[in-house]
Design a protein around this ligand. Structure first.
Ligand code: AHM
Ligand code: MG
Length: 336
């Protein structure tokens, strides 16, 4: 599609390629874009509009919420509640699902989101983002329950994120490649700036929180050790390292110039009853769909991410994603 096409036109033109999609799907993606533009505006104004700092509340995961976590969640609900496209919303910031309508025959989609990911970065003016994932309302559903959301990532009909960085960018897949849109603030539209995004199969750049090194398990320890050995080690090349602590920014970098991102499970997380840090439904699955659609790989270590059968809404998983050959190598280390 032509570079410069508006997101709205792009979605309308793509709609016919999505099996069973109707104007409802276009409406839904438009609503998400509206919420993202409003969040972008607040992130951009920051201290000028008193949205930085903590909210004096905890989310269901027991994490301290930031003001912008709470506001972004409200903006998502507000943008999606009334248009009848979405039957229910599940969010990282809410204990349970939020039902938008009783008329499930009309509202055909379920939305999952992390309204503001990487929120530890808000107060220091580093990139954050919104992550979203779209599922279909199951055939014959009469009332939406949490069970209806518990489906493997392979069933997502669309996924994406909005990155609030130096530019605001919306990155989207509807199962037919990955496209990037940049917000033109002058007239408030997302314009297509990159299509058919492809991740190089090889890379010399890894991203991991090295402070967890002592807790890692053998496969991750081995992989990073080999990267650190550089040209003298088994990889035969020097590696560089990045860690933004904003998954949206890391995934955006990988979609742009390749790389590998890991938030693995480790002994410390496990001793606290957690399989990983990141959430399967709000973070891992949508990012895995984008990465696979761009030709990369996304695994838990043992398993393809998009095949994981969820057991609970706020479930956590180990995440390894990015350039395909490196992801496969780490996958092999987990099998050995
Ligand atoms: P959040 O959803 O509470 O913002 O946490 C998720 C973020 C990811 O964006 C990022 O990859 C990770 O947490 C960083 O964690 P850490 O601070 O342990 O490095
Ligand atoms: Mg998050």
């Amino acid at each position: 599609m032509r570079i410069g096409t508006t997101l709205t036109n792009f979605i309308i033109q793509n709609q016919r390629d999505i099996q069973g999609a109707s104007g409802t799907f276009t409406g839904l993606l438009n609503d998400i874009a509206v919420a993202c533009k409003r969040i972008a505006d607040l992130v951009n104004k920051g201290d000028l509009v008193n949205v930085l700092g903590s909210a004096d509340s905890e989310n269901v995961q027991g994490e301290q919420q930031k003001k912008l976590d709470v506001i972004s969640n409200e903006l998502m609900i507000e943008a999606l509640r009334h248009n009848g496209h979405v039957a229910a919303l599940a969010s990282e910031e809410m204990d349970s699902i939020c039902r938008f309508t009783d008329d499930v025959s009309r509202a055909r989609y379920l939305l999952l989101c992390d309204p503001l990911d990487g929120s530890s970065n808000i107060d220091v003016n580093v990139s954050v983002g919104t992550i979203f994932s779209v599922l279909r309302v199951p055939e014959g559903a009469e009332e939406i329950t949490e069970e209806d959301f518990l489906r493997p990532g392979a069933e997502q009909v669309a996924a994406g994120y909005c990155l609030y960085g130096p530019s605001t960018m919306l990155v989207l897949t509807t199962g037919n490649g990955v496209s990037m849109f940049t917000l033109n603030r002058d007239f408030g539209e997302f314009l297509l700036t990159k299509s058919n995004v492809t991740i190089a199969a090889d890379t010399c750049e890894f991203a991991i929180n090295m402070s967890n090194h002592r807790h890692w398990k053998e496969p991750v320890r081995r992989y990073i050790e080999e990267c650190l050995q550089g040209g003298e080690g088994p990889c035969g090349k020097d590696f560089n390292m990045r860690w933004v602590a904003s998954m949206v920014a890391e995934v955006h970098r990988i979609l742009t110039r390749g790389g590998i991102f890991m938030y693995p499970g480790d002994h410390k997380l496990e001793s606290n009853g957690k399989a990983g840090k990141l959430r399967l439904m709000y973070e891992a699955n949508p990012m895995a769909m984008l990465i696979e659609q761009a030709g990369g790989g996304a695994i838990t270590g043992e398993q393809r991410m998009l095949d994981v059968e969820p057991t609970e809404l706020h479930q956590r998983v180990p995440v390894i994603l990015g350039s395909r050959n490196e992801v496969e190598r780490i996958g092999r280390y987990h099998q050995q």
